[in-house]
Design a protein around this ligand. Structure first.
Ligand SMILES: O=C(O)[C@H](CS(=O)(=O)O)OP(=O)(O)O
Ligand SMILES: [Mg+2]
Length: 230
């Protein structure tokens, strides 16, 4: 399996298989939303798009990064979301990096959205599909955010069937600029517990796949059938 690691702006073709990585915090938050019962997560093109969806579907739950805002029900924080009952709900998520990365590869036949909490399930799906090439979209810091790059490299190793020690990858993520900003409370709409929740390796047994449904980019849970090979 060949691998490419690209920032969002470096995606210029339509990959066969894309893994969009956002550890802090979009795809840690999305995984928590599923765990709290969400049926699907719609990845919105813009804040205006998210609000328009809410107008059309008042029962949908809107979520954005940064500070709370009128029309939005939740912020992009795993700690602040994890006690919210989302049973059967559709969540509409708009963030600065994670959702933008998925929309950049919306035409790819397989789009997985990933973070450390779903790392092994994501790698398991890739082992199952055994594609010739996987494009990892490293969403933060123009492709250089250390937490996303570390997670992408870890998943790539596991997808290749290697017995990979996760500790150095988690340490890189813990030392990242994003982790520091979240810990210092620089980012609005955050909790001091967010970093620890974003670094919980394999907290959840499912992967997350995004497909276009009625012109919306929709993220759903998907469970690999293979068992870990290492
Ligand atoms: O909510 C987050 O942590 C970030 C916000 S920003 O990129 O630091 O402005 O969004 P995400 O898309 O989850 O990385
Ligand atoms: Mg991020």
């Amino acid at each position: 399996m060949r691998t490419r690691f690209l920032g969002i702006a470096e995606v210029t073709d339509v990959p066969d298989v894309a893994v969009v990585v956002d550890v802090m915090r979009a795809y840690t938050v999305a995984a928590w939303a599923f765990t709290r019962g969400a049926e699907r997560v719609v990845l919105a093109e813009s804040l205006e798009d998210a609000l328009a969806q809410k107008t059309r579907h008042p029962d949908w739950v809107t979520l954005k990064d940064g500070s709370p805002a009128p029309g939005f029900d939740l912020v992009n924080s795993p700690a602040l979301l994890r006690n919210t009952d989302l049973s059967g709900r559709t969540v509409v998520q708009k963030t600065t990096a994670g959702t933008v990365g998925a929309l950049a590869v919306k035409d790819a036949p397989l789009v997985l959205c990933a973070s450390f909490v779903v790392a092994e399930a994501t790698a398991g799906l890739l082992r199952e599909r055994a594609p010739r090439e996987v494009t990892f979209v490293v969403t933060g810091g123009s492709g250089r955010a250390e937490e996303d790059l570390a997670c992408a490299e870890y998943i790539a190793g596991r997808a290749g069937g290697d017995a990979v020690n996760a500790d150095p990858y988690l340490r890189r993520a813990a030392a990242s600029r994003s982790a520091a900003e979240l810990t210092q409370g620089v980012r609005e709409g955050s909790s001091p517990e967010d970093v620890a929740l974003c670094l919980e390796l394999d907290r959840f047994p499912f992967a997350m796949a995004a497909t276009v449904e009625s012109s919306l980019m929709v993220l759903r849970q998907v469970t690999p059938t293979d068992s870990p090979s290492a």
